[in-house]
Ligand binder design. Structure first.
Ligand SMILES: [Mg+2]
Length: 198
């Protein structure tokens, strides 16, 4: 079992990890005219430029809607306050945009825990499962990867963490597991917070 008390650099996925899951991805795909189960950002990137602009504009509208109604995941403020008290560096790596990530963080009362430059959206780094965003944050912090963790609710979060050689934590609310990409699995953020007291 990995000891989390020595970890100082914490990178979080946002939607569905720090917020309650509200995004209806099936509806988003339908609204964008995409096939069920395709990767939304990759599918948009594969379209001609004109089409991409139209689809990204519609995606923005949908994401603005979801960001404004974001609700905090159980235990989120307790966890972030504990990490803050332990003087950890905190960052966000999301496939959403920087602007909507800030809006969501405001909505859940967690904006004060994150410096703006440590909130990376899809325009600041290649989307997960790329490790680029994690590496950008570790460079900004001059942080050794041995002291860093990536926390998320989806396979891509864990794959990005693996690709960056940091510890991966799966917040598993849907009972879907990816054991090959997961170092620690918890069912909620309270459970994660409890591991900081060991
Ligand atoms: Mg997520």
């Amino acid at each position: 079992m990995v000891n989390l008390t020595h970890k100082r650099y914490w990178i979080f996925d946002l939607d569905g990890t720090l917020t309650k899951p509200v995004h209806d991805f099936a509806y988003i795909r339908h609204e964008l005219g995409l096939q069920p189960d395709v990767d939304i950002l990759s599918a948009i990137a594969a379209q001609p430029a004109e089409e991409q602009r139209t689809m990204l504009a519609r995606l923005d509208e949908l994401e603005r809607y979801y960001a404004a109604q974001a609700e905090p995941a159980e235990g989120v403020v307790e966890l972030l306050a504990k990490l803050h008290e332990n003087e950890c560096c905190l960052g966000i790596l999301t496939r959403n945009t920087h602007e909507f990530a800030l809006l969501s963080l405001e909505a859940i009362g967690a904006a004060n825990f994150f410096a703006r430059q440590d909130v990376l959206g899809r325009d600041e780094a290649a989307p997960k499962p790329s490790a680029e965003g994690i590496n950008i944050l570790l460079n900004q912090w001059v942080a050794p990867k041995e002291k860093a963790v990536m926390v998320g609710d989806f396979h891509f979060d864990l794959l990005a963490g693996r690709a960056a050689s940091v510890t991966t934590i799966h917040v598993d609310r849907a009972e879907r597991s990816w054991p090959d990409a997961t170092d620690i699995r918890v069912s909620n953020l309270f459970e994660l917070c409890a591991q900081l007291n060991d």
